[in-house]
Design a protein around this ligand. Structure first.
Ligand code: PBG
Ligand code: ZN
Length: 324
């Protein structure tokens, strides 16, 4: 107790840094990348200044560039040339992601390539799986969609993905994908589950980036209610029991309590600092209202302090440079 206890003793001068509880490392960060199957040139995403959609032909050179900068991992999203009701482009052998993975691993074998496993960028209706009619109108059909999601995951593993990351929030998706991967000979491919993905307004800019807006309804029959932390814990527990290797909380900064809760399950935890979180900081930075670097470092520190082992963020390239 004061006056024996003086917290300020360890906050002074050269001592301060010595007692840093949470340190960021370049390896903590995963860079999301968008590949556009029809694009010839890279194009900047309006709502996400500094972020691009890349043409497939840049996959190899981009991988090399990222690895040289010190980026350890990427997570890939694809924009296919064609969409249909059943997302055929998502599991095509020479589909946009399958091609991108293959090219990236060929030129930069040490880069960890993670793939987002979902159907929404590939379906004409924009939902994350197969739609069936119900008495409340059309809705995502859980059990029919599992088959599709399983096929997508296996096709990514075949293409050489290091980790698959299902983001569709279907019940039973982890055990289903685990079984399909094992049957196809990929028992060593880890699953990073988007285990608590909230129906968040923060995904707005991403939907422009990935061209994955939907033609009817919303994602509320499968993504979680932002008010529900206990449910997030149960969802994550379920994914552990189904065989997930890594859990994920998404978005990140508005959900730090969930990150801390989920951490107690013992698996590695990833947190996704999503498009809206990026765009809000970027917009304020462009206007000169905030110090971008300081804000980003503080945001990332808060996510790691809450318990995240890995952080998916569009700021990865900046962070890797700043942390050198
Ligand atoms: C699609 C998916 C989304 C994001 C990642 N995968 C959007 C959504 O559910 O609509 C969001 C990423 C971001 O906002 O940065 N399953
Ligand atoms: Zn989806």
């Amino acid at each position: 107790m004061y006056p024996e206890t003086r917290f300020r003793r360890l906050r002074r001068g050269v001592l301060r840094d010595l007692f840093t509880e949470t340190r960021l490392n370049a390896e903590d960060f995963i860079m999301p990348i968008f590949f556009d199957e029809t694009a010839k040139e890279r194009s900047q995403i309006n709502s996400m200044p500094g972020q691009f959609r890349y043409p497939l032909r840049e996959a190899g050179s981009l991988a090399k560039e990222l690895a040289a900068e010190g980026v350890r991992s990427v997570i890939l999203f694809g924009i296919p040339s064609e969409k249909d009701e059943c997302a055929s482009g998502a599991f095509a052998e020479n589909g946009v992601i399958q091609t991108a993975v293959c090219e990236m691993k060929k030129t930069a074998p040490a880069l960890v390539v993670i793939t987002d496993v979902c159907a929404c960028e590939y379906t004409s209706h924009g939902h994350c799986g197969i739609i069936s009619k119900t008495c409340d109108g059309p809705d995502l059909d859980n059990d029919k969609s599992l088959e599709l999601i399983g096929k997508i995951a296996v096709s990514h593993a075949k293409a050489g993905a290091d980790i698959v990351a299902p983001s569709c929030m279907l019940d039973g998706m982890i055990s289903f994908i685990r079984k399909k991967l094992d049957e196809a000979g990929f028992s060593n491919t880890p699953i990073m589950s988007y285990s608590s993905k909230f129906a968040s307004a923060l995904y707005g800019p991403f939907r422009e980036a990935a061209d994955s807006g939907f033609s009817f309804g919303d994602r509320k029959t499968y993504q979680m209610n932002p008010a529900n932390a206990r449910e997030a814990f149960r969802e994550s527990e379920e994914d552990v029991s189904e065989g997930a290797d890594i859990l994920m909380v998404k978005p990140a900064t508005f959900y730090l309590d969930v990150v801390a809760d989920v951490k107690s399950l013992g698996l590695p935890v990833a947190a996704y600092h999503v498009s809206g979180e990026y765009s809000m900081i970027k917009a304020a930075a462009i206007n000169g209202w905030i110090d971008e670097k300081k804000i980003v470092l503080e945001a990332m520190t808060s996510i790691k302090r809450a318990g995240a082992d890995l952080i998916i963020t569009y700021y990865t390239r900046d962070l890797v440079g700043w942390l050198k």
